[in-house]
Design a protein around this ligand. Structure first.
Ligand SMILES: *Cc1c(COP(=O)(O)O)cnc(C)c1O
Length: 368
């Protein structure tokens, strides 16, 4: 029997017929973009669902990251993590900002607060951490450093949709948090993203920046970009939001199943859930140690050969790509934990429809 290929993720989609009435409305009112009714409604509903004060929708997370840095007028040097998707650092280069890489914590795999201070120089203006895999950064420690040195904090929260801490939404920490609604993320609008901010004035500035800098018909206040989300994407978001709780619940079951079945396999460890009240189970990374009989790449190949398309997120490190490699902070000795992690990680398939028998097949391959 030919077994079906399994990919690291599979986008959640609503029934097509439920999307048709939204399309009908767009065709009727002829409003396709520029902050139309679905755009406005999605901003409102997301604020409510996520538990945040203000949100600005974007065409994708990368443009939102670039705009977030501009909204706070960040320049000079920004401290960030090499253990992320390349867009995190690319958003700095697009603003002419120098990324300064700091190593990660071996437990959370997020920026290690204990190592931030040593990387601060007179040019440092901000910290851009990532809530990697949706696991919260040490937000209190990072804020303390930011306060001491008068730095801004912009979280790349592309993985952190819906994550709640003991005190509310994780997205309320820092000056800004930036979300991705890309097809591969837990909540998708096909392509999309958003900036979460804390006050109406900042929201207004971001809304100007994402619309070429226009304030009104004749006034342009900044060299803004076109970062607007279209009505089709916003409509998809409204529909996806109806089902998000059940999707997250199904992910939780997959996560628990993996943890149970992987227990006791020598040389394999799962990431601890760290401090969050509600996780989003966006990814399921495992780390291989010396005790595992195969190398990480051998296991990766074995799984691909069996039609299970696991991914090595995040290998290579951002600091290894040519546009970053020569920077002093990209040196191996500065990023030992990140290198060790990048060389031992595999992200297993996780999505709401992943079936029990698939999970067993995956774990049996790992068990060997
Ligand atoms: C997906 C992702 C992005 C980019 O998101 P897009 O919406 O595809 O632009 C940025 N940062 C991280 C950490 C991501 O995982």
């Amino acid at each position: 029997m030919k077994k079906e290929n399994i990919f690291v993720t599979r986008p959640t989609l609503p029934p097509l017929e439920e999307f048709v009435p939204y399309l009908q409305q767009i065709w009727d009112n002829k409003i396709l973009t520029n902050g139309g009714p679905f755009h406005q409604q999605l901003e409102k509903e997301l604020c409510k669902y996520l538990g945040v004060e203000h949100i600005c929708l974007f065409t994708n997370c990368t443009i939102a990251l670039v705009t977030a840095l501009q909204a706070l007028r960040i320049n000079g040097e920004v401290i960030t993590t090499p253990y992320s998707f390349v867009a995190t650092s690319h958003s700095l280069l697009w603003n002419g900002i120098k990324p300064i890489f700091v190593d990660i914590d071996p437990i959370t795999l997020n920026l290690d607060p204990a190592k931030i201070e040593a990387a601060i120089t007179p040019q440092t203006t901000a910290i851009m951490p990532v809530h990697c895999y949706g696991h919260p950064c040490d937000v209190e420690a990072i804020q303390k450093i930011a306060d001491n040195y008068n730095l801004k904090v912009i979280y790349d929260a592309a993985h952190a949709f819906g994550v709640q801490t003991q005190t509310g939404s994780l997205l309320n920490y820092g000056d800004l948090s930036v979300l991705s609604f890309h097809a591969t993320k837990v909540f998708n609008t096909f392509e999309g993203g958003a900036i979460v901010c804390h006050d109406a004035k900042t929201k207004q500035r971001i809304d100007h920046l994402k619309n070429f800098g226009f304030v009104d018909e004749v006034t342009v206040v900044a060299a803004g970009i076109n970062g607007k989300m279209s009505e089709i994407n916003a409509a998809m978001g409204l529909l996806q939001l109806k089902d998000i709780d059940s999707a997250l619940q199904k992910r939780k079951v997959v996560d628990a199943m993996y943890r149970q079945l992987l227990q006791g396999i020598s040389g394999i460890s799962c990431l601890q859930n760290t401090g969050e009240k509600t996780a989003n189970y966006a990814y399921f990374p495992i780390l291989l140690s010396q005790d595992y009989p195969f190398s990480r790449d051998e296991l990766y190949q074995k799984m691909h050969d069996a039609g299970i398309y696991v991914r090595r997120y995040f290998y290579p490190l951002i600091s290894e790509f040519p546009m970053y490699r020569g920077m002093p902070s990209a040196a191996f000795a500065n990023l030992k934990v990140a290198h060790q992690t990048a060389n031992s990680v595999i992200c297993l398939p996780i999505y709401p429809e992943l079936e029990m028998q698939d999970i067993e097949r995956i774990v049996n391959l790992i068990r060997g």
